[in-house]
Design a protein around this ligand. Sequence first.
Ligand code: GDP
Length: 198
Amino acid sequence: EDDDEQLVERIQTEDGRVQDVHVYQVYLLGMSGTGKCSLMRQFKSTEYRGIYDYSSSLDDDPDNTVPIMLDGIESRLHIITIDVEQIKTSVTGDAYIVVYSITDRQSFQTALQLIKNIRDTESFHNQSSIKRHIPIILVGNKSDLVRKRSVTKETARHAALKANCKFVETSAAINDKVDDLLAGTLKQIRINEQIRNE
Ligand code: GDP
């Protein structure tokens, strides 16, 4: 019934146990220059990093896949980074991370438009069924650039609430809240999956 693509891979842990690892598709979207590559770089050195051994898998791209250990369960996030300038209409992932820079109002407007597009596509595919929301996390990056701020936290938080998104401000430069973003994304995916399976 559920035709969403969901990958599960069976791995052997270092102490010999067998574990199923879920692989989720996460889109990292936003205008170029907002900090997506920098965030991705920080994701790779997260303190939630899992133990998954890529040498055992042929079809994995270690460059954009992050193993994460959260609440004692390992998962993998396959992260696809796209500059909004080149986004196509119907990409479907398990979650979306939509990034703007707190110093750039234009990038904030673009992020909101992007979220609207995702929600519109979602309701189009979802007309008859009970409304479920794919997790979207709105991310105000470059929070360290306090004096160049042009988007307030309140404005962004309000917009996120209206669109049913989570919201966090991060700094990829000083690695602030980046771990929260990564773990929060996986948490939202797991919650969403649970709701779906009920
Ligand atoms: P992308 O085009 O979205 O992938 O953005 P990049 O990750 O390439 O970052 C664009 C520029 O912003 C680079 O010069 C980064 O060093 C800088 N940058 C990214 N994140 C931050 C941040 O949190 N704080 C500051 N001060 N600069 C950042």
